[in-house]
Design a protein around this ligand. Structure first.
Ligand code: G3H
Length: 541
């Protein structure tokens, strides 16, 4: 079949969809979790349309995979009240539980979560169009993240289970919770990235309001019961609906202590401004990026092509860490381009459940139009689509477009495309990519491809002061999750990693006393008789 026909016929008939994948589709969700109970909502609901379209004799039709509640400000404010009451100025049950007890709740949650894997993965696939294989990876990675977080918390607690004596003062230093945390994740990793803020926030003793992303909301349905059964009431509240309606009043209440948001700097800036006491809100943000690759003339071209394809097109380029602009040294540009375009056109594309599929339909409404506009704009400024059929659209499917040569007059040079458009440009002087990075609004990561240790070292040193991760001969990425993940400028605020996240959702607090006989006696009695959870030397084994 010709490539153009393959693209035109990318969507299946309903009879071609494997039956088990359609179990409980469409799923009508009416429950939301507030104050330890799943409340039923009989108001308006949001229809969820999958990026997968269904082919019929006359063309294509959207597939409704479910509905979720469109709550109002009132329910959001009830969730806030519940979280505030459960925290109770740090006196609530959850913030005063011992670390060991909080860990035991979380272990029960993971056990329940694993039982729901099949449904969560299936919703993830339908809602965002992620391949079944990558959806499973996202689930497994999240379970691993929770387990690693619990191990890191045990370590942190062990280190804190001792006294320090300095300058005649006895002190015990621990990390304490911050209060009420608002967690919001993105559609591209609706489970994993949301959980990378939710889990550390909870285990550190905070109470949480969680709003799932617009695409990737139904997948929380199988987890609601587990949240409800495992955690004390009000500790986790899950609300659904339009962020624009529900979230600003929460921020304006001044009762949110930490904003954990993986999204855009526009949203983050506008939410921050709503808070009446900016000094009282801590922000943990993962935002946009426009990570470049720099391919030097001595690079291993096969390797560079392979990594740049993965980097720019994994999950259709819908990753904040994706490579979004490729700078290739002019003397190898033609060879790189030819290999790159060939590799892109060899990528398996199709439906998320198909074995080995790589490129799938995109989730956001209007996204193919946006990508098409980027391509047209680039073409009008002198670029061309290098690969056969690049940029061909069928409904929500966009065949990856490789653009060359790209220059600074084009929108795609500046905007974060977050999709399968790969802009490439040739450079003569290394100052060109470096200047791009210096002048960019973003500062997350960069990939450099080359072999000469001297030249690589000369690049690494200045680049580490521009971005937060320099990748040598490989694509940009977040993992391993134990590594710090952050960015400069408009790319992030705060650092996430298994252990850093425990820190950003807590604050160092200490109890101190002059080393007098009376104080020594008080402290000894408290510790010996287990009278305090803070002032304690219990060691988690
Ligand atoms: O969208 C941003 C994600 O944090 C990227 O994670 O590099 O593992 O795909 P990843």
């Amino acid at each position: 079949m010709l490539l153009t026909d393959k693209i035109k016929n990318v969507f299946p008939r309903i009879t071609d969809v494997p039956k088990p994948l359609l179990n409980d589709i469409p799923y009508i969700q009416t429950g939301y979790l507030v104050d330890g109970e799943i409340r039923l909502w009989d108001g308006p609901r949001q229809e969820v349309i999958s990026p997968v379209r269904i082919a019929n004799n006359t063309g294509h039709k959207p597939l409704c995979i479910g509905e979720y509640p469109l709550l109002s400000e009132t329910q959001a404010s009830e969730a806030l009240d519940a979280a505030v009451a459960a925290y109770d100025h740090g006196r609530g049950l959850w913030p005063t539980l011992s670390v060991a007890e909080r860990i035991s709740h979380m272990e029960r949650f993971v056990f329940r979560m694993i039982k729901e894997k099949e449904r969560v993965v299936r919703f993830l696939m339908w809602e965002v169009g992620k391949s079944l294989q990558d959806s499973e990876k996202e689930f497994n990675r999240t379970v691993q993240y929770i387990n690693d977080t619990l191990a890191a918390l045990k370590d942190l607690d062990r280190i804190s289970s001792r006294f320090s004596i300095e300058e005649g003062i006895i002190g015990q230093i621990r990390r304490s919770p911050m209060g009420v945390v608002l967690c919001m994740g993105p559609f591209n990793y609706p489970l994993n990235e949301t959980f990378t803020t939710l889990i550390p926030a909870l285990v550190m003793g905070n109470t949480v309001i969680l709003k799932p992303p617009k695409h990737g909301a139904l997948l929380y349905a199988p987890l609601l019961d587990a949240f409800c059964d495992v955690f004390p009431k009000g500790v986790i509240n899950v609300i659904y609906g339009e962020g624009r309606t529900m979230i600003p009043p929460l921020m304006a209440s001044g009762k949110i202590n930490v904003l954990g948001l993986i999204g855009t700097s526009r949203t983050a800036n506008s939410l921050k401004k709503q808070h009446p006491n900016p000094n009282r809100i801590r922000c943990v943000l993962g935002l946009e990026a426009k990570n470049p690759a720099i391919v030097l003339k001595d690079a291993d071209i096969d390797l560079a092509v392979k990594e740049c394809v993965l980097g720019s097109l994994s999950f259709n380029g819908q990753r904040c860490t994706a490579l979004k602009l490729l700078f290739v040294e002019r003397s190898i540009a033609d060879e790189f381009l030819a290999q790159f375009a060939r590799a892109v056109n060899e990528l398996p594309f199709g439906m998320p459940w198909q074995d080995g599929v790589f490129v799938t339909p995109v989730a956001e409404k209007g996204k193919t139009d946006y990508l098409n506009a980027l391509v047209s704009d680039a073409v009008s400024h002198g670029s061309r689509v290098v690969n056969d059929q690049g940029g061909t659209i069928c409904e929500s499917f966009f065949f990856p477009a490789v653009l060359y040569p790209v220059n600074n007059k084009m929108r795609v040079y500046h905007e974060e495309q977050f999709g399968p458009v790969i802009p490439i440009l040739a450079f003569d002087s290394i100052d060109e990519p470096i200047d791009y990075i210096i002048n960019s609004n973003y500062g997350q990561q960069v990939s450099i491809f080359g072999k000469d240790p001297d030249q690589m070292a000369q690049l690494i040193d200045p680049l580490t002061n521009q971005v937060c991760r320099v990748n040598i001969n490989c694509q940009c990425q977040r993992g391993p999750d134990t590594f710090p993940f952050t960015g400069r400028k408009d790319s992030a605020e705060g650092t996430l990693s298994v252990s850093d996240a425990l820190r950003v959702f807590s604050i160092r607090t200490l109890v101190a006393a002059k080393k007098t006989d009376m104080n020594k006696e008080i402290i000894t009695r408290i510790v010996r008789d287990h009278k305090s959870k803070f002032l304690a030397t219990d060691f988690i084994l």
